[in-house]
Design a protein around this ligand. Sequence first.
Ligand SMILES: C[S@@+](CC[C@H](N)C(=O)[O-])C[C@H]1O[C@@H](n2cnc3c(N)ncnc32)[C@H](O)[C@@H]1O
Length: 199
Amino acid sequence: MAGAIFEWATPWFVHEARRWTQDDARAIASRLAPVLGAGGRVLDVGGGTGMLAALLANVAACDVTVLDSSAAMLRHAQGSHGVSVVLGDAAAMPFEDAAFDAVIAVDALHHMSRQSDVAAQIARVLRPGGAVFIAEPDPAALAVRMSRTLERMLGEPGGMLTPDEMVALFGSVGIVGEVERQGGMGYAFVARLESQADR
Ligand SMILES: C[S@@+](CC[C@H](N)C(=O)[O-])C[C@H]1O[C@@H](n2cnc3c(N)ncnc32)[C@H](O)[C@@H]1O
């Protein structure tokens, strides 16, 4: 069953999440900065243990909501300053329209099988002009394709998108931006939700 891995392998993902540094959070904050002031509202979709969310809340002085479908992962996200947690499915988010100034999803989208619904939900919960930062592994890299095979053997969707597929998916819901390479194996999609004035 998709997502089960995050219940039984939580300690491994906790270990993995310790890779996040203040510099990573600063780099993300800089991409969100045009629309994110102090006290701004950020949604971290599939934010898991909340370790990146806690760093981002600290460096950007913003409030970060971690949405995740795994209770086991979210248990590690509770209690950090500036971070709140919500258990739920990214394809059917329990938030009001235009509730957030920015949305991030890091190493998470390829774990979600209903990606079109997730993109539509991100567009719905973002305010017009809001910022998006999505980091994903690139299936052009052999190591990523091997990891995709392993994930699928474990019942995960393994839905790694190429940069072009990412741009097309989000463009279809009015989220428009650019792809930045992040080393040889990944990329970030940095974008904004179009406002009426952009159309
Ligand atoms: C590899 S972890 C990444 C966690 C965090 N973003 C990080 O980089 O440290 C992927 C997360 O996506 C979550 N996830 C998978 N499918 C989801 C869905 N449909 N809705 C919400 N969260 C989901 C998993 O529970 C897991 O915590």
